[in-house]
Write a protein that binds this ligand. Sequence first.
Ligand SMILES: [Fe+2]
Length: 162
Amino acid sequence: MFAVPENTIALPETAGRLAKHPVRIALDYAVDRDRWRTSLRYDPDHRFATLIDRTDGDEVWLLSWLPGQHAVMHDHGDAVGAFTVVSGHLTESVTRRAPAGRVVTEVHNLAQGQSRVFGPGYAHEVRNDGPDPAISIHVYRAAGRTTRPVHVDPFTAEVRPT
Ligand SMILES: [Fe+2]
């Protein structure tokens, strides 16, 4: 073993305040209901979404999904982030090009505590196909909550705004 003198290590200016992973943030909010319980609504006409916190570069949103409510195929622009299911079930469909070049559509059935991450070029559909309402926490980093309806070419997986 050997010791590395401190002055030989170049630390980024952000050392000491490194950003938590968006999934970690979403999970933290998911279990801390006191931070958002008074903001929660269920809207039979529109899927409910509200901003519950904004930090250095991150937006944290609370969404509720009544049975049958859904988000059409969309991307999040330049944002990276994640969402976590707080209660109920959500179904996410992702169409993408697999490493071998084939276009595949993956369906992820998400239960309480499960998360998905997203970034530029990632398009998905999310819906509540279950019999019960669902709640989710979404974290958007770098670009805020940008939600653009998109079309995903079924043969090339190319994502285009609609
Ligand atoms: Fe999304």
